[in-house]
Design a protein. Sequence first.
Length: 198
Amino acid sequence: MPVTSLHNEEELLRRVATGDGLAFEQLFDAYWNNIYQVAFTLTKSRETARDLVQEIFIKIWLLREELPQKDNFRNFLFIVARNHILDELRRKVKEDPFTDQLQIWFKESPIQADQQLLYHESQALIHQAVSNLPEQQRQVYLLTRENGWTQEEIAQHLQVSKNTVKTHMARALTAIREFLANHAQGILLACCLLSALL
């Protein structure tokens, strides 16, 4: 399921900053599924993924007074989610046999990865995943992510129904998630998935 378009995210963030619980629920509903999908892909556990999403949004709530000052909430959420999920993966690797690939990655990689290189690698993989999409799925994804268009705006532009736009976006996100899961691992996979799906 794609991220719900928020018509006035700035106003919503201002309301959250004042402690408005209903506004926070709207924010949660708009983003929770995409974070859940990333967490589930990485942990392979529905329970752990649900717990991670709840913990991430608890952090967002605790930082709510800072939200109106954030230029880009999506990027802020990406950073909070990435750091929290990676902390959990590191903990799981120490706790028990989590996955061979993650154990190898954390043993061989420095704790502080080269952020610039990681960014370029993740963007290149996402670009490759998007380029493999069927034409209409690619259009819908790019109009949403790069142009920030709502589902209604995309439907009018492509002269299709809003439900068709929803279907194309859902299929695009599934295809991207599967591509990234097959072509990346460890912190690169986490960054790719969060960047592509949030």
